[in-house]
Design a protein around this ligand. Sequence first.
Ligand code: ADP
Length: 719
Amino acid sequence: MAMQNAQILFPVNVPNAFDYSVPCDFEIAIGNFVYAPIGKQIKLGVVVSLGKAEQNRKLRELVSVKQAKPLTAEMIQFIFWTSRYNCAPLGLILKMVLGNLKSLDPSPVVNYFSLNKSLPPKLTTARLSLVNNGGPFPARVNEIAKRARISPGVVRGFIKSGGLISEIRQIDKPFDKPIINYGKLDLTEGQQLASEQLVSQVRKKEFNVSLLDGVTGSGKTEVYFEAIAEAIKENGQALILVPEISLTQAAISRFKKRFGVLPATWHSQMTVAAKRRVWREVAHGRAKLVVGARSALYLPFESLRLIVVDEEHDTSYKQEEGVKYNARDMSVVRSKISNHSVILASATPALETLVNARSGKYAHIILPERPGSAFLPKVELVDLKKFPTKKNKFISEPLIVAIEKVLENKEQAMLYLNRRGYAPLILCQSCGEKLKSPDTDSWLVEHRSTNRAVCHLTGFSMPMPKSCLKCGVEESFKSVGPGVERISEEVSILFPNANVEILSSDTSRNAEELASRMLRMEKGEIDIMIGTQMVVKGHNFPNLTFVGVIDGDLSLSGGDLRAGERTFQTLVQVSGRAGRTKKLGHALIQTHQPEHEALAALEIGDRDSFIDAELNLREALLLPPFGKLAAVIISGTDEKKTDVFANKFISVAPKANDLTILGPSEPLMGRIRGRYRRRILVQSRLDFNLSKYMQLWRGKIKTHANIKLQIDIDPQSFM
Ligand code: ADP
């Protein structure tokens, strides 16, 4: 047999795979896990390609092959694709895929004894005492004896005579198999039509993308359940991606209602053991139904037939830490590689997605109304110039009147403000100093519930100072602007008899707290809920009839290219929480800019006119989805050296036609955690391979100690 070479990729920060020679007696294939020497260590890696050995090249040899289910060729292709497109080191993508290496091994087991069911009718008193104890019993004779209060000798004798049977149980239980037609709802005519379209897409068993474009509460979940049923009915697997915040118990239990079993779930806060179980069951094709946050896309599915990206417009699909990628876009890539369907679902699709749907690249499946007697809420703007709030108050008269009515009718209200804490700015009235984070260019936010000043960007916090850190004057701080705590205070004064609760990441730090608050809201125990972005998504509160938005302009500031789009999406979604069952819903949005396109379109419910205007603007400026963007973020602990490096990087940019390079410039957050930051923005035509260009550029310069260079393809954040 000819000698072979293998390229091995290791799950570490390396840009590519390394060559090894394969000992003659090794039988390996692409996707196998192998041990090989790297530096002075022996590490586990994956075979990503095989070839004939070259005569004159001396390579190090593989050490051994690990008994484990190999990665599929599709998964390996997806790893390469993700790395190339996002300009991220190949090894780090593999690391993202593998996570905990224990997942590769079979489930750990426990040994135990169970009672033999066919026991002789007559037993000694001692043995009877053991039998009456029931079982299962631990694997140790002494422990069994202690539990049944008999001698170890009796236990041994009983085992010998076959009274106790030694058994093995896997710790990581397999997932139950979904039942295809378990709890199918009677769909409305429109829903039925939409579900048939989706099912026929899945049935094609080839790559295709559908946009499920349905107004809030139209039953998108019920509709895509049918596509999932189709995908898993012949042993296939389906992945449903949801924004992390939406992975609530309520959402998971909808899967149970429909398919009779709990799905496998995947998110960042799972225990290592729970992750290990899901990973292994997914890899062996035994977990059919997986609901997860964005990183679930990198689970090693054996026979994936469908990916659903719910709330596809959601910004949390973009991973900003570590490897920067957009799980929505990568879902489409993965489906293309594995040749199956993907469904992007939203009431407010991203412009990128809409353009693809309009051009016919994606199937466009529309659900224009809510089922039965539920209607979309009436949305109105409250012009704060006409209805100013009182000094240091933030709720205008029309909102107060609306809430009064809701309380009178024994219904529920929700107030939305995407600002945690009491006040976003702490100002010294004596010298004008704003309380800032010590190592970051951000203002500290006052949190009254904990009496601390908190940096929301880095998590830094300190007790609220008694005197100004600059001028020393005592009790000189003034809270400027509202956060949810301050709104709660105002609401409690206005409506002293109402039950008011705040829903934010501060009040719902874990799944239990969140679930109990949601349940209280569902049961009607909360009259007015005040929430940050946590309230925007996916909840169904049947008795919620009014939504008030405290600051409709908040996300318009900051100069982000998607500011208008995001504002529109968020406000449609948050208003869409109202009136989801029989009662009519109503939303009021406080704003200083009622004439802004995004807000005006919202009031008249004219999504298309807003989208057309926005698309025209983007097209004129060659911005996404009509052009491509990449960002470079350079950071360092020394400001001067960071500037020097950034300028040097610009000077080595490869020449290319029709390419605009902007910067380096100091971003809004010029310093985070003590690192000075500079940004470069690169803009190209759509048909230009920007990823390849950026890789080439990156290769022209060496970073040195203390300087970090990150590339962000299709940036979502411009901070
Ligand atoms: P969306 O995801 O479009 O916002 P959901 O799928 O969450 O909408 O549906 C909104 C609510 O309406 C859910 O409580 C859902 O169970 C219910 N619903 C949707 N379609 C039907 C139907 N055909 N029959 C009964 N209830 C339905």
